[in-house]
Design a protein around this ligand. Sequence first.
Ligand SMILES: C=CC1=C(C)c2cc3[nH]c(cc4nc(cc5[nH]c(cc1n2)c(C)c5CCC(=O)O)C(CCC(=O)O)=C4C)c(C)c3C=C
Ligand code: FE2
Length: 449
Amino acid sequence: MQQRSGQQRPDQQRPDQQRPDLQRLEQPPAPRGARVSRRGLIGGGAAAAGLAGAFVAGHASAQSPSGTSAGTSSYAFRGAHQAGIVTPAQDRLHFAAFDVTTGSRAQLVALLRAWTDAAERMTRGLPAGGGAVEGAPDLPPDDTGEAIGLPASGLTITFGFGPGLFRDAHGRDRFGIADRRPAALAQLPHFPGDVLDEARSYGDLCVQACADDPQVAVHAIRNLARIGFGTVAVRWSQLGFGRTSTTSTSQSTPRNLFGFKDGTHNVKAEQASAVDEHVWVAAGDDPAAEWLAGGSYLVARRFDMAIEVWDRQTLGDQEDSIGRTKGTGAPLSGGGEFTRPDFTMAGSHGPVIPEDAHVSVVHPDHNGGARMLRRGYNFVDGTDALGGLNAGLFFLAYVRDPRTQFIPIQAKMAKADALMEYLQVTGSALFAVPPGAGAGEHVGQALFT
Ligand SMILES: C=CC1=C(C)c2cc3[nH]c(cc4nc(cc5[nH]c(cc1n2)c(C)c5CCC(=O)O)C(CCC(=O)O)=C4C)c(C)c3C=C
Ligand SMILES: [Fe+2]
């Protein structure tokens, strides 16, 4: 780590903000055999369910939910862009990468159609199919049932396509779409500090399910995996909690497991021109892949944190590694959380924000203006053999072009970022995220027509 500046830091100006507690709703028990939706079970019957459904269709959008509390809100599945990108980041994540196990293009397209239908239903708070308990007793139910009685919980389901969908490991065109592969969709390079586990990396398809209730997110992935049986197989999945980003100015900034506010200076939904410039692929960006216009690229990287080592560092060293104060998230050059960092301000041993501080290394001013929409989550996957936490940050970022917005910054981080001393990357993947599905379309339809 770079020499500490030793300078007294300017006062912190903004009080710390607390995240509001999740509101949970008390659910009445479901009458046995009743033919009502998940929403019906919480809303007092089928009439309420119908009303709620109409409200969803009429008013919800990917950014603006219908409903008033975290539990009952829902986001429209269909639209120009997929939900779950600029949508205010929900508190829980279940992310899954799938390998396609069929060689049949028709089966793959049928799966995308079935996934679209199920995703649209589940994001409205409905079962994945007709219902968990409404079907014939001699058939497996077409919904697994663990979300009966739970509201939509702000669920969004976002689909992506990995490089392997276009050509297999032997270079074969699997589904007649190889010539439509976006030029930027290749496996990410190996970065110094990557200790990749193949079983936590790559994938032909991905599904990001975000919700305010973990059971709703898990239910979504489980049912999509069930629907895909015989066509896809789960390659890996990751649970996350405590979003580590704000994607809307309406949200307070959460904290990562290093204890620092994360997501302060992010691309946010309300900044329409920044979203257009840095997140959405535009028509003409890639002539071979016009189907991706209105979509984005998703970088997924699992960062294991050396939590116990970090916890033994002094507060000053932790703050120097980040370049911001731990309390308010203000830059070390002073002001409040949203004050612009002054990288030229001198301390007694160099700049007051050290040159190897994370925010200095990754700041757009030091990276040709490159920005990204970060949407990561904390994870704790139990403890290791020594009793240390298997914990970290599941980094998710949406960019218009990973070759200019992610790869150079990650490469620079790997070489020059003080934070990397406490991080190891154990999983990595890149996906092209198609635009939103219009009425009657399945997700990714333009790629197959
Ligand atoms: C390659 C991109 C990035 C990776 C990988 C990354 C990992 C990572 N970041 C933190 C903690 C923080 N990051 C913060 C800001 C920040 N991070 C990136 C990029 C990557 N981070 C950017 C572009 C920014 C914004 C910089 C700016 O414009 O000012 C912050 C500060 C608060 C904030 O602005 O969000 C923290 C804290 C961890 C722990 C981590 C991997 C585990
Ligand atoms: Fe960061």
